[in-house]
Design a protein around this ligand. Structure first.
Ligand code: NAD
Length: 491
């Protein structure tokens, strides 16, 4: 395999978009083949650059490097590992504005949102790096002459796959946990947002991460996942993405008896109880709904509002949605960018068309605008029948169906009716109702009286078809560690 070198980011000061490359065994490479894929700016549809696609030889090189990298990284004193990871976090913080700009170019979210994402991944990396120092074991009492210990060891080289909606957050959740646990990793980040992934990896390189510990590839997703998951050196599989792809990859991993973390889609219900101010709840929900144009797995996506406050909630929500300033994420004052790709816009528009055909009313939005880019307006729907696609499939876009309820038990059963179980939201100031919602919601992430995001110190993850395993918190390192029992007889 010929390794051509190309350092991404170096030209970023002059050019608008970094040169894209794979990172294998500490080298930037265009890979051994000629296949390339264009990367588009979703605000304009223009080509930003071309991402090289890995061939089998490149993937084999990445896996072999991860095997060597693992042996080296696992045995580095934890203080040295932590110092390197924290240095990378500092570099990311210092470059947040520039990496955020690249993220906005390729994914579309407003620049402030993108920069905030980079700052948050630096904090996450700090947190995981510190948590890696606390992979404690225990000593179990036995008799004289024997010690019985339980230790935690890194599971081994990891294969990870991340989507385009959080170009920094998706990859970092996996890289930080894997490296903090002492694992090496081959990550296939999204071919649609490769610039951010290149710049993240460059921070680890600059921080002094040894070659082979972190390898970045792009490629044809099905080819890459099949090849990496089957590779004997790979010991763990981590995926974020849609439920169907997650089920497919979990099947491939099961065939090779490899453990997985599956962070899949959701369709988060919101229940607004009778006791709260519906206008205040509506403003809070609208703020959360349009983050990243609704392309968030935990985005609130079905709003069940008690009938007493329903009309007020609908009016205030629709007003807030209509006031969202949509545009190119690099323009000042823009609150919501385009959808990240043409697939997403077509899917979102098809859901609105389907709901309309079934009798739903669109209060604001609901039309593909003229002009370049993949824009779609914040859209509020009412009178949506239960069989509409938007109430059954993950909308993953700026759509808000609002439905009334009269009985809380009935709202809870509608909320739990889908196979998803990622996030859920409740609005109530009554402790008994909050406790009831917390018990009843079938979801791994529950927020009461806000639509907040994830934090590094607490775990995120789903139940039911939304997946298994947790990212974040001390639980986030669990998947990347194996437990070893050592019974030592001294005579
Ligand atoms: P998709 O299902 O084609 O792809 C989702 C992600 O999985 C992408 O990053 C893609 O590159 C990757 N992927 C697809 N096939 C793969 C394979 N065989 N092996 C490895 N990776 C593979 O859908 P899409 O059009 O990119 O996104 C649409 C849907 O995906 C959304 O409706 C949403 O449900 C889901 N999604 C979820 C998340 C999340 O955070 N959970 C993120 C992005 C997309």
């Amino acid at each position: 395999m010929t390794m051509q070198t190309a350092t991404p980011g170096r030209a970023a000061a002059e050019a608008r978009y970094p040169e894209l490359a794979l990172y294998v065994d500490g080298q930037w490479t265009q890979g051994s083949g000629a296949r390339r894929e264009p990367v588009l700016n979703p605000a304009t549809g223009q080509v930003l650059g071309e991402v090289p696609l890995a061939e089998r030889a490149d993937l084999d090189a990445a896996v072999a490097a991860a095997g060597r990298g693992f042996a080296l990284w696992r045995d580095l004193p934890v203080e040295r590992r932590t110092a390197i990871l924290r240095r990378a976090a500092d570099l990311l913080r210092a470059q947040a504005n520039e990496i955020g700009r690249v993220m906005t170019l390729e994914e579309g979210k407003p620049h402030g949102e993108a920069t905030g994402e980079v700052t948050r991944v630096a904090t996450l990396l700090d947190w995981d790096a510190e948590e890696g120092r606390r992979a404690y074991g225990r000593i179990i009492p036995t008799g004289p002459g024997e010690t019985l210990t339980v230790t935690r060891a890194p599971v081994g080289p990891v294969a990870a796959f991340t989507p385009w909606n959080f170009p920094a957050g998706g990859p970092m959740r996996k890289i930080a946990a894997a490296l903090a646990a002492g694992c090496s990793i081959v990550i296939k980040a999204s071919e649609e947002t490769p610039g951010t992934a290149n710049l993240l990896v460059r921070a680890f390189e600059e921080a002094g991460l040894p070659a082979g510990v972190l390898n970045l590839v792009f490629g044809v997703p099905s080819e890459v996942s099949e090849h990496l998951i089957a590779a004997p050196e790979i010991r763990f599989v981590a995926f974020t993405g849609s439920v169907p792809v997650g089920k497919h990859l979990a099947g491939l991993a099961a065939a090779a008896m490899k453990p997985t973390i599956m962070e899949l889609g959701g369709h988060a219900p919101v229940i607004v109880c009778e006791d709260v101010d519906p206008a205040e709840a509506a403003r809070s929900c609208a703020r959360g709904k349009f983050v990243n144009a609704g392309q968030v797995c935990t985005s609130p996506s079905r709003f069940y509002v008690h009938e007493s406050g329903y009309d007020t909630f609908v009016d205030v929500f629709a007003e807030a949605a209509a006031a969202v300033r949509v545009g190119d994420g690099l323009a000042p004052g823009v609150m919501m960018g385009p959808l990240a790709n043409p697939r997403r816009r077509a899917a979102v528009d098809a859901m609105v068309t389907d709901a309309r055909a079934r009798g739903a009313r669109v209060l604001t939005g609901g039309e593909v605008p003229d002009g370049p880019g993949y824009f779609y307006p914040p859209t509020v729907l009412v009178d949506v029948p239960e069989d509409a696609a938007i109430l059954r499939e993950e909308p993953f876009g700026p759509l808000a169906p609002i439905l009334p309820f009269s009985d809380l038990d009935e709202a809870i059963s509608r909320a739990n009716a889908l196979p998803y179980g990622l996030a859920a939201y409740g609005f109530t100031h009554r402790a008994d109702l909050a406790a009831r919602l917390a018990r009843a919601f079938e979801a791994g992430i529950l927020s009461i009286n806000h639509v907040g995001g994830s934090v590094p110190q607490a775990p995120s993850g789903g139940v039911k078809e939304s997946g298994h395993g947790r990212e974040g918190g001390s639980e986030g390192l669990e998947g990347y560690l194996v437990t070893k029992r050592v019974a030592h007889r001294m005579q």
